[in-house]
Design a binder for this molecule. Structure first.
Ligand code: PMP
Length: 356
């Protein structure tokens, strides 16, 4: 039997699952993970916290993850409390819950392409009509242009991404203000990479007061180096937290995940210590590529989008042949590389040099 033989939904026929190749190569810079392993003292703390839960695995976890949400609110600051925060298995699940609660059949979501490629897929999965909003030729987005597109399509959900994936560029705060002014529904700012932003880049958290339809999503997958732990969260008005609780699966966040994430948050200084080192590699990649005359998007994230010109698939393959796996995000002529350790940057830049 094949997939085609199943009574699959018509709108899912012919689709491919989301996912970058998970290849076993020496240098993996394709999914914007944190290249640094979890430090040993943090490994021990997480192991202890998880072990303490094991005897009670006969019981369901705290369905509302109250203690964890309190810890996340404390990490975010900005006067946020447990009531403002919701957590799930990665920010993908958070965003799926937002689509389920605020979009869905008969409703519309708008994003500004290129942005995070899961956003249209979440629309697909939830039966939401997706509108591909436009950016300028250099992936730029002005306040007037963004507002005009929101006014034209009147979406139930607007997805903004700051720093944006795959460009890496932070959102101009004027764009957010303009969108909030005209959006008829919810506005989500996906801040998966916020911790890597260059100084002076404000988080959308700063405009939460007075904007009850604004939702900021975050993750522990990137700066915290906790991608395998699967922990994403949102900050918003407490009414938004009430709304996503209508669609979340009961006990969605296992007691092991909650305990591991709390232990990781308690050791955040050790985990976030890698952020500055990664930013330095990011800036080094940008400078080295620009030094070679290559066009590069400004990056406030832990990755860099650069122009290879011509066939990006061939360039991607040539780098892979040199043992360096990066990401073809489907943008003609461009590729994206994650900033990791200095050694990984060396390998990437050597491979780039070898190609010319
Ligand atoms: N948002 C953006 C912009 C991302 O790049 C990613 C990870 N690729 C996510 C959200 C989801 O990450 P997670 O589910 O691991 O939190």
């Amino acid at each position: 039997m094949t997939l085609d033989d199943l009574p699959l939904r018509d709108d899912l026929r012919g689709r491919s699952p989301y996912g970058a190749p998970q290849l076993d190569v020496p240098v993996r810079l394709n999914t914007n993970e944190n290249s640094y392993p979890v430090p040993e003292p943090v490994v021990e703390a997480i192991a202890k916290a998880v072990a303490a839960e094991l005897r009670d695995l006969n019981r369901y976890p705290d369905r509302d993850a109250v203690a964890l949400r309190g810890d996340l609110a404390d990490y975010l600051g900005h006067g946020l409390t447990t009531a403002n925060v919701w957590a799930a298995n990665g920010s993908n699940e958070i965003q799926q819950q937002l689509f389920q609660a605020f979009a869905g059949p008969g409703r519309t979501a708008l994003g500004f392409t290129p942005a995070y490629s899961m956003h249209p897929l979440l629309a697909l999965g939830t039966g939401t009509t997706w509108v591909d909003g436009r950016r300028g030729d250099s992936f730029d987005l002005t306040a007037a242009d963004a507002a005009a597109q929101v006014e034209r399509y009147r979406p139930d959900l607007v997805l903004l991404c700051s720093p944006n994936n795959p460009t890496g560029t932070a959102l101009d705060p004027a764009v957010l203000t303009a969108v909030l002014d005209v959006a008829p529904g919810m506005v989500v700012v996906d801040e998966a990479y916020a911790e890597f932003a260059r100084p002076g880049t404000p988080s959308a958290l700063t405009v939460l007061p007075g904007h009850p339809r604004l939702v900021v999503t975050r993750t522990m997958s990137k700066a915290f180096g906790f991608a395998g732990g699967r922990l994403g969260y949102l900050a918003a008005d407490p009414a938004v937290v009430d709304a996503v609780q209508l669609v979340r699966l009961p006990y969605h966040l296992s007691s092991l995940t909650q305990a591991a994430a709390r232990a990781a948050l308690a050791h955040r200084a050790a985990l976030l210590a890698t952020v500055e080192a990664i930013k330095a590699q990011r800036d080094r990649i940008v400078a080295a590529l620009r030094g070679r005359g290559i066009r590069v998007a400004d990056s406030d994230a832990n990755f860099v989008l650069f122009e290879v010109g011509g066939d990006q698939k061939a360039a991607w393959r040539a780098l892979l042949d040199r043992g360096v796996l990066i990401r073809d995000v489907g943008l003609p002529g461009w590729l994206r590389v994650t900033a990791g350790t200095p050694e990984e940057t060396d390998a990437f830049l050597t491979a780039i040099e070898g190609m010319s």
